[in-house]
Design a protein around this ligand. Sequence first.
Ligand code: ASP
Ligand code: MG
Length: 414
Amino acid sequence: MIVVQKFGGTSVGDVERLQRVAQRIVDTRRAGHDVVVVVSAMGGTTDELVDMAAQVNRRPPQRELDILLTAGERISMSLLAMAIEALGVRARSFTGSQAGIITDTVHGKARILAVTPERVRDALGDGDVVIVAGFQGVSRETHDITTLGRGGSDTTAVALAAALEADVCEIYTDVDGVYTADPRLVPAARKLDRLAYEEMLELAAQGAKVLQVRSVEFGRNHGVPIHVRSSFNGSEGTWVVPQEDMVEDAIISGVAHDTSEAKVTVVGVPDRPGVAAGMFTALADASVNVDMIVQNVSSDGRTDISFTVPRGEVEQATELLGGRLEGIGAADVIVNPAVAKVSLVGAGMKTHPGVAARMFDALSRAGVNIQMISTSTIRVSVIIDDAHVDDAVRAVHAEFGLGADAIVEEQGAG
Ligand code: ASP
Ligand code: MG
């Protein structure tokens, strides 16, 4: 059996924890499995490197930034290999490039195009434990080192698991699995035993930080079973699996929230064909990640268009559109960084009408005003004032009875 195990930054946060992780890996190896480990930088390291770069250059060249950031994972991968060897098991570490993680050329958020893990296979064939640095790859075109975006080690792990046809990709983290909501906000939140890829995709895309979105896409596209579990205990976590493997269908799986986006409004946009296309093409060409878009009803041939972007890209977006106001024929660009997105996700929405109405009602009873709304077949998202995010998440979570309390009550009543 081939097992891919990914350990996040907190799991290897200091030397002691790293040694505990080494022990866990050795146990898996001694149980007779082929083990490929993907490791993140020790907790906080990536942030420190980003800070240092910002101190020497307000806008660090992306190529250099990527080389710098990959250093964090190189430190943890080599230390981990050493710790494993100290326990009497042979281990060999590889950078993303050495492990055959081939990406496009977009620094800072490169996409994996191919995985050619020959060296990994050879090392496994020799009986070694393989450690791979997460979050990084190499462009075949430029031969430059790239990174996969924050949280990218998850994607390295699932992509490797797919390429190696591993039996499972275990994502070890500092929580017990995927919860119905962030337990820090909602103490009654409950750990989910199983979740469909599609639901996990929506939750991850809407702010649940437990898995990087692209890792779930990889899992779904290649059918890799993903097991999200705690690195601090041995309990079962959450399995992310195909929809058809879901034992029972809950209507709603969880509530995600995201305070990392800002709202941009372009005011007084001429309401004629091609204007929105022009605006959003310019943003796309600059690789700005636009999320929710809302266009108002127009009056006097003009309308307002609002959209959300990651806060880190808002400056770029406003500069870009600000510089084109005349070309677009719009009046102004306004930014509101103080917004939050709250999303309700569940595969059962497809067949159960009225979910959105109940969510809006719960929000209104909590006194939360809705600024924007967007939906997919299995999700309803709203943009609200970020000061109300805690109340909003709790209200929606309670409305749909997602908490541990709710279940006990139901059983008690039944
Ligand atoms: N070290 C990188 C980060 O902090 C990648 C990862 O942890 O997955 O985002
Ligand atoms: Mg992570």
